[in-house]
Ligand binder design. Structure first.
Ligand code: 13P
Length: 247
């Protein structure tokens, strides 16, 4: 395999300076497995603060960015601005962006392409709703979301895929290790068939959705799960245990 385990914390719209200081304290004391890449997804207003104060072994991601360098896009953040702060990662296509803010597959793919062309690394989120899963459409949905990105990019080396079934996000209902593994394997096969065997073998696929200190080890032992994207538990000290799931 040889894929480096990568664990992201998606803080979503949570945190204050005081709470962030607490999070930075447990990240600093860790200890964090050196073989695992750690990235925290920070609200835009706190990016500079976290980038300045985070330990060197923790990378920082924005939770969104736009597909233009600058201009009349009120409220948006450009990849160039992120780079200016030393922020090298961005999370794109989260289901909350898709569902609450109406972001389409195509817009997300354009954002992924633009972020990559500006030198950012991207965590690209995909995943089916409960209704889609119950209708037997899980693979069709995640393949469609991935194909939209494939239509706009050639180089996948700076992309991490986060498979996050929408029904598992913030619900306490985790996908079983087998359910997650099945989708991750199907995605890897999709990459092999539609992109290349090399990309299929190299691309890292995170699982996200109610990951906790208690369930991370079993999930992380699946052969096609290469890390996690963690919401609620990334705000708590148990995040350290999740980072160390593969130890
Ligand atoms: P929870 O871990 O809170 O379910 O959130 C998952 C998620 O959406 C990470 O991006």
């Amino acid at each position: 395999m040889g894929r480096k385990f990568v664990v992201g914390g998606n803080w979503k719209m949570n945190g204050s300076k005081a709470q962030i200081n607490d999070i930075l304290a447990f990240l600093k004391s860790g200890p964090l497995n050196q073989d695992t890449e750690v990235v925290v997804g920070v609200p835009a207003v706190y990016l500079d603060y976290v980038k300045t104060n985070a330990p060197a072994n923790v990378e920082v991601a924005a939770q969104n960015c736009y597909k233009a360098e600058k201009g009349a896009f009120t409220g948006e953040t450009s990849p160039a601005m992120l780079k200016d702060l030393g922020v090298n990662w961005v999370i794109l296509g989260h289901s909350e962006r898709r569902q609450i803010f109406g972001e389409s597959d195509e817009l997300i793919a354009e954002k992924v392409a633009f972020a990559l062309s500006n030198g950012l690394k991207v965590i690209a989120c995909i995943g089916e709703t409960l209704q889609e899963r119950e209708a037997g459409q899980t693979e069709a949905v995640v393949f469609r979301q991935t194909q939209a990105i494939a239509d706009k990019i050639q180089d996948w080396s700076n992309v991490v895929i986060a498979y996050e079934p929408v029904w598992a996000i913030g619900t306490g209902k985790t996908a079983s290790p087998q359910q997650a593994q099945d989708v991750h394997k199907a995605l890897r096969d999709w990459f092999s068939k539609n992109i290349s065997a090399e990309v299929a073998n190299a691309i890292r696929i995170q699982y996200g959705g109610s990951v906790t200190g208690a369930n991370c080890k079993e999930l992380g032992s699946q052969p096609d799960i290469d890390g996690f994207l963690v919401g609620g538990a990334s705000l708590k000290p148990e995040f350290v245990n999740i980072v160390n799931a593969r130890q």
